[in-house]
Design a binder for this molecule. Structure first.
Ligand code: GLU
Length: 479
């Protein structure tokens, strides 16, 4: 069998968005599953809308997601010479023609066609233009476009790996412009030339391109090349069933990085938008590569569900080593001003702090936020929590605990438990009556990991300092 070669071909007119990333992912998985080649091609022929910044942003997004390509990035603007050669070839062979109709003439004819209910496509006036007329127009300096001669009869079958057989009436196909009057080639043409030139075997893209496919098939045939296989992926919709857009929240891949998502979690979520493998939800990259096939890709549009994505991310955070999370959370701590760029946190200590929090944080951003009370020099009390738990009722308990902990050398779970139990028995109170005030003293709030874990991470010095501060604050209230 011939070697699988696929490509992701974004137009750099915006950031890499989740729809594009899913297309890239399916191409990547299909290539890896088949030991094939994955190509990145930047379709930047629309020079008014393409920017260098977006090219970089797309590459950054691909790298963050770990979607490594094998060839490229190729840029269409580097390949104009190749497209023009192919245009000339088609003109020479009578499969394309120069069209001198001006924009005004076309508009006039369009209006007329509309008035009498005729199809709005190009009427083919220049299709059989005489050589002599052609040169006369050239002398007049009329800048022609080049149009492709589409067949006007019969049907075109697109045998799609996902959608099955889709038939198009050729009478609906326009003689499309393949070269603009300024000499730049157009999308439907460049895409075919590149796919031919790069020996692409499977075209995997969003099904918003399905209507382009019959046109492209005729261009393959005119160029004398075999038509590749097509797989059109179902659309991604928002909760209101309209096409996913900014109205539905963040759509750019890098916005998810900023919000504290792990790339593996986002990929795992994206693959499930259209692909399923039994009931399994969480897949390693190796599993995705092993199991991926178009047989398991659905035809129906997929709905983007931000809550499910958060859930997926929380699963990945829980199952990522604390050492790795420690490295990933640093930029978030800096951004949150929990630490400054040049402060040195002990990596081992940070990992042990994360050990206690990773089941509670759904994103790296939340993790950074929770780490705040472990790292900051001063704790800030939530006023409600302070009023409820740091008061006369808890004063003696806190004083006694502080005294007792001063004698404890190592803050192990066992030692802490002995100290707490003694005080509870002395005062005839349950764990909550002691742990909640201590929790507020340590973290400023009423929710945290188990109190012994918290004290273990804080260590002796910080714990005693915070107990002292709590005791003082109660005394101050009294004054
Ligand atoms: N450049 C096109 C786009 O971004 C993709 C073309 C294709 O995959 O055939 O929509």
């Amino acid at each position: 069998m011939e070697k699988v070669r696929v490509r992701f071909a974004p137009s750099p007119t915006g950031h890499l968005h989740v729809g594009g990333a899913r297309t890239a992912l399916f191409n990547y998985l299909f290539a890896r599953h088949n030991n094939g080649v994955f190509i990145l091609r930047i379709e930047d022929t629309d020079r008014t809308r393409s920017t260098e910044e977006y090219i970089e942003a797309i590459i950054e997004g691909m790298k963050w997601l770990g979607l490594e390509w094998d060839e490229g990035p190729f840029r269409q603007t580097d390949r104009f010479g190749i497209y023009r050669d192919y245009v000339e070839k088609l003109v020479r062979e009578g499969k394309a023609y120069r069209c001198y109709c001006s924009a005004e003439e076309l508009e006039e004819r369009r209006k007329l066609a509309m008035a009498i209910g005729k199809p709005l496509k190009y009427d083919g006036r220049c299709r059989n233009i005489e050589k002599i007329q052609d040169s006369r127009f050239r002398i007049q300096d009329r800048n022609p476009v080049v149009r492709f001669k589409m067949p006007q009869e019969g049907q075109t079958l697109v045998d799609d790996l996902i959608r099955g057989a889709v038939t198009f009436e050729n009478s609906q196909l326009d003689d499309l412009i393949i070269l603009r009057s300024d000499g730049t080639p157009t999308y439907n043409f460049t895409v075919v030339v590149d796919d031919v030139d790069m020996k692409i075997t499977h075209i995997i893209r969003g099904d918003d391109h399905l209507n382009n496919t019959p046109k492209q098939i005729h261009i393959y045939r005119a160029l004398g090349y075999e038509v590749p296989k097509f797989a059109h992926l179902p659309m991604i919709l928002g909760a209101d069933k309209t096409r996913l857009s900014k109205r539905h929240g963040a759509t750019s891949v890098m916005a998810y990085q900023e919000m504290g998502y792990l790339p593996e979690a986002l990929l795992n979520y994206l693959v499930k938008l259209g692909w399923a493998y039994g009931d399994q939800e969480i897949f390693s990259r190796e599993e995705l590569i092993k199991y991926f096939s178009f047989e398991n890709v659905g035809k129906a549009a997929a709905v983007f569900n931000p809550e499910k994505l958060v859930w997926m991310n929380s699963q990945y955070i829980m199952n990522t080593s604390s050492e790795k999370l420690a490295g990933l959370v640093i930029p978030f701590l800096i951004r949150d001003s929990v630490i400054s760029g040049d402060s040195e946190l002990d990596a081992g200590w940070l990992s042990s702090a994360i050990d206690t929090l990773k089941e509670r944080a759904k994103t790296l951003k939340e993790l950074a936020h929770l780490l705040r009370y472990y790292i900051a020099d001063e704790v800030e009390y939530d006023p409600k929590a302070r009023d409820k738990f740091l008061n006369e009722k808890s004063l003696d308990l806190l004083i006694e605990l502080k005294k007792s902990l001063e004698q404890v050398a190592v803050f192990s779970h066992g030692e802490l438990e002995i100290a707490f139990k003694a005080i509870m028995e002395n005062h005839g109170v349950k764990l909550g009556a002691l742990a909640q005030p201590v929790r507020v003293a340590m973290t400023g709030g009423t929710e945290s990991p188990g109190i012994f874990e918290v004290l273990g991470v804080m260590g002796k010095e910080k714990t005693l300092g915070r107990l002292e501060k709590a005791i003082k604050s109660i005394a101050d209230q009294r004054a």
